[in-house]
Design a protein around this ligand. Structure first.
Ligand SMILES: [Fe+2]
Length: 161
């Protein structure tokens, strides 16, 4: 690897972190622990901002040769996740959750978990890109992290969709 970072390894490592945070968030919501849930959502917002941005600006376009229109489905999953994250942030701005709100939050967490599972499948396809393309992915992923814009801020101010 000569790109700024190992795109596939870092991509999968992000997914592991999101997976673990989402499972922790589900537990916090189950226990109606708003403070904990808010803290985890904040972590996810920071982590997924550069990740989603890198995917939409660089990785997903590179996957079109393999996947065609399926890429559009991944982008629309992102849109759903952004909307859900906004709704969750709204819910968690309150000090207490009703049973329904806690359930709603857990459903949102599950949707994110499913996307993580779908998205991680791209790793196996990425392995068939050329070394030059992989270096470019590593550079672009690094740049997205350097820019360090959270998910909700990116969605509101920068995202093209
Ligand atoms: Fe991803």
């Amino acid at each position: 690897m000569s790109g700024k970072l190992d795109a596939i390894a870092e991509f999968r490592e992000d997914h592991r972190k999101v997976r673990d945070d989402v499972l922790e968030l589900t537990d916090a919501l189950k226990n109606k622990d708003v403070v904990k849930a808010r803290e985890i959502l904040g972590r996810l917002d920071s982590l997924t901002g550069p990740h989603f941005r890198y995917e939409e600006e660089t990785l997903y376009p590179a996957m079109r040769d393999f996947l065609g229109e399926y890429v559009d489905q991944l982008i629309s999953e992102h849109t759903d996740i952004v909307n859900t994250a906004k709704a969750c942030a709204g819910l968690l701005s309150k000090d207490e959750l009703t049973d329904e709100e806690a359930d709603e939050g857990q459903k949102a967490a599950k949707a994110l978990l499913i996307h993580v599972s779908n998205c991680d499948g791209l790793a196996i396809l990425s392995e068939r890109l050329t070394p030059e393309d992989l270096d470019n992915l590593g550079d672009k992923f690094w740049e997205a992290r350097q820019k360090d814009i959270s998910l909700l801020e990116w969605a509101e101010k920068i995202r093209a969709v």
